[in-house]
Design a protein around this ligand. Structure first.
Ligand code: PAF
Length: 283
């Protein structure tokens, strides 16, 4: 595996690559969920590029940028084992040489200010800016993202469509602990007992899915009961919404393809999760 540390080195290494390229962008601290994206990338293209960059532009002032887990040596070992071709590990100065506020920003309007963007106004601006830059530097044919960050995936897909970027975006299923808790680098802020309790988030999503599948069509009532259930279990719920699957607008009666999105603080970390529900009658 070739490891490059700045944009110039990456562009030089990219120009040597023959055949198709699949890209997996990460912030490091790789777990099984990330590794499943790399495995998919290997099936999709002749070459796999992985990036590790804890992007300051997508963190709010009160978030965990400084304490975000950085485990580069371990990550490199995992990526070597999987046979990744090229790894990019830039510094903040490489990506934002004049500072992140002077850098050009890429923003997908409206949808970036809902749900995970409602209280974190620059979060998705940070994501789309870095992803766009990484796309331009690596020129992938395919890019793989996790469905755990469903809103992020939807926004990146919209950016690619709107800006006519010739890149196929693939979303991969969420990897879960045996308790059902979605894997996340931030789960390390929880003890094993707390992780077990945190799985209530997924259980509540499954409960809401069941309500929908059994014909309960008062979506706002389901959301409100789910929030009450979570609060009773000491979750500090940010949102729990039944949404239309592609636009992410609040689902209404006729909508059949739905996604339930939720985010909540639990103990130290902020957890997000979702579940896709298809109510289209099967033939
Ligand atoms: O999902 C993540 O890890 C990040 O948001 C991403 C896509 C790598 C951009 O920094």
């Amino acid at each position: 595996m070739i490891i490059v540390k700045n944009c110039q080195q990456l562009q030089n290494a990219r120009s040597e690559i023959q055949g198709t390229v699949a890209l997996v962008t990460t912030m490091g601290n790789l777990h099984q969920g990330h590794l499943s994206l790399v495995e998919k990338a290997k099936q999709e293209a002749d070459n796999v590029i992985v990036t590790i960059f804890v992007n300051p532009l997508q963190f709010s002032a009160n978030e965990d940028l400084d304490s975000y887990p950085r485990t580069l040596t371990d990550d490199i070992e995992k990526l070597e084992t999987l046979g990744v071709d090229l790894l990019f590990t830039p510094t903040n100065d490489d990506i934002y040489p004049e500072g992140m506020n002077s850098h050009t920003h890429v923003i997908v309007p409206s949808i970036s200010y809902l749900y995970c963007g409602a209280n974190r106004k620059r979060h998705f601006l940070g994501v789309t800016t870095i992803v766009c830059k990484l796309f331009n530097l690596t020129r992938p044919n395919v890019a793989i993202f996790g469905k755990k960050d469903f809103q992020q995936l939807t926004i990146i897909q919209k950016m690619v469509t709107d800006l006519a970027m010739p890149i196929k975006i693939i979303g991969m299923p969420t990897f879960r602990e045996s308790s059902g808790l979605a894997m996340s680098s931030r789960n390390r802020y929880l003890s094993s007992e707390e992780k077990q309790q945190a799985a209530t988030l997924y259980e509540t999503l499954k409960w809401a899915e069941q309500q929908l599948k059994s014909g309960h069509s008062n979506y706002r009532e389901i959301e409100s009961i789910a929030i009450t259930k979570l609060k009773e279990r000491h979750f500090n719920v940010e949102y729990f919404n039944i949404c239309q699957h592609t636009t992410l607008s609040p689902a209404t009666d006729g909508d059949k393809k739905l996604v339930i999105l939720c985010a909540s603080k639990f103990r130290k970390p902020r957890l997000i999760d979702n579940i896709i529900v298809d109510l289209t009658p099967s033939l």
